[in-house]
Design a protein around this ligand. Structure first.
Ligand code: GDP
Ligand code: MG
Length: 443
């Protein structure tokens, strides 16, 4: 998986201070492969990785992340952006009825979606009407009626005198009917073909013209693969879409079509269809799809945690003090313990940090809630001199600190021993040029 490959890449990049062109290229190559594996259309992959590369090279060096993590973060942000950024909800008309038109190839899942949308709308307090405008396929009208019945939603079907044989007329009358009978949302199901063809596109365009929809949703099978680009382009040009619905995401499609279609149409994905049943329907969340495409939810979670926990300014100050030759003090120890604790399970986080293996067990134990409070109390009971130079901590000072913080002297001794060990590790890391924990986190 991409996670595995990036973990290998991380190893090579750990401890470096800035994003070099070589670092960026190595990581971007892995991203490119992952996108192709997720079946993103090739031209989209090229354009996407091109802009990633540019942004990564001009990015400021993060204090909280190493270079590879920083690139992954950029990729994730860009993916979410292309997929529409925030979750996009349906837009309702100021003057009902709201008209939602469905367009897409035959078999994409439009009729099924009409039922799901109908149920979703009904469940959220609307009174929807489904309009059957696919007069191409023999059973299409019946199929919509069955779906509507299952969803408990009315269906407007062509009858003699009601536009039979003319899908544009059926659509127009359907919307009129909704206005008369006070349905507040109309879902217009249309015909598709197996491939893009001019007649179908004209019909869709005419239906759009006749019904003036508030939403024109492009329904597309997530398994469509490399064809996504051409089909999406044709529909965008032919009918002018407002949004996208991805279907059949229950299969093993990794969702690359989402990126291809969103890039090509410039329209956000609103919903995902995840099965044949009426309930297999979800509001689409760009951030979740981005993780699915990159298959690296865990990596992203860790990056978020590391960033949240790590105060960039503190880190920069610490790093520059180390560089200036200053020592690791008890105050730094406390700050870092607090930062680490915010990150959650330490064993997981420490796996990301170079050189921290030696301290792992101790930190795990130290970072439990009660222990943390006592450490804080002990360090706070020290004078500034003691915090900055632990060598002065003789017996009487230790006894005073223990009294001040309400712990046994043995606990003060234990903390000072542990700090001394940590200080040794930090000094050794500095000698190797790693920049200590700040360097480990800051890259
Ligand atoms: P239309 O031609 O665009 O109206 O497509 P249909 O709604 O008739 O769906 C075509 C086929 O795909 C039907 O067999 C549906 O049951 C199936 N289908 C639709 N949406 C999904 C989905 O999200 N997942 C799965 N597995 N099948 C779906
Ligand atoms: Mg249909």
């Amino acid at each position: 998986s991409l996670s595995d490959r990036l973990t290998a890449t991380f190893k090579g990049l750990r401890g470096k201070g800035r994003l070099t062109e070589a670092d960026v290229d190595t990581t971007v190559r892995e991203i490119r492969r992952a996108l192709l594996e997720a079946d993103v259309a090739l031209p989209v992959v090229r354009a996407f990785t091109g802009s990633i590369r540019e942004r990564a090279l001009s990015a400021e060096v993060s204090q909280a992340l190493n270079p590879a993590q920083q690139i992954v973060k950029i990729v994730n942000e860009e993916l979410i952006g292309v997929l529409g950024g925030q979750t996009r909800r349906l837009r309702f008309a100021k003057n009902p009825p709201t008209v939602i038109m469905l367009a897409g190839l035959q078999g994409a899942g439009k009729t099924t979606l009409a039922g799901k949308l109908g149920k979703h709308l009904k469940d959220t307090g609307h009174t929807p009407l489904l309009v059957a405008c696919d007069l191409q396929r023999p059973n299409a009208v019946t199929q919509l009626q069955v779906v509507g019945q299952r969803a408990g939603v009315e269906v407007f079907a062509p009858e003699p005198g009601n536009g039979v044989g003319n899908p544009v007329e059926v659509a127009r009358r359907g919307v009129e009917h909704a206005r008369d009978k006070q349905y507040d949302v109309v879902v217009v199901d249309t015909a598709g073909r197996l491939g893009v063809d001019a007649e179908m596109m004209q019909q869709a365009s005419d239906i759009r013209e006749a019904t003036q929809p508030d939403e024109v949703l492009f329904v597309v099978d997530a398994m469509i693969g490399q064809d996504a680009l051409a089909v999406a382009q044709a529909f965008q040009e032919g009918v002018d879409l407002t949004g996208v619905v991805l279907t059949k995401l229950d299969g093993d499609a990794r969702g690359g079509a989402a990126l291809s279609v969103a890039t090509t149409t410039g329209r956000p994905v609103l919903f995902a269809s995840t099965g044949e049943g009426l309930a297999d329907f979800e509001v689409f969340h760009p951030d979740r799809m981005a993780s699915r495409i990159l298959d690296m939810g865990d990596v992203l979670t860790l990056i978020e945690q590391a960033e949240r926990a790590f105060d960039a300014k503190e880190s920069a100050a610490l790093a520059s003090r180390f560089e200036a030759g200053e020592d690791f003090t008890l105050e730094d120890f406390l700050t870092q313990m607090q930062a680490l604790k915010k990150m959650g399970p330490l064993n997981k986080v420490l796996g990301m940090l170079p050189g921290m293996g030696a301290m792992k067990d101790q930190l795990d134990e130290l970072a439990s809630d009660g222990a943390m409070k006592r450490i804080e109390a002990i360090v706070r009971s020290m004078t500034p001199l003691e915090r900055h130079n632990s060598k002065v901590l003789n017996g009487s000072r230790r006894a005073r600190i223990a009294r001040g913080s309400g712990v046994e002297v043995s606990e003060v001794n234990q903390l000072i021993d542990r700090f001394t060990e940590a200080q040794k590790v930090m000094r050794a890391m500095r000698a190797k040029g790693g920049g200590g924990l700040a360097g480990a986190l800051g890259g």
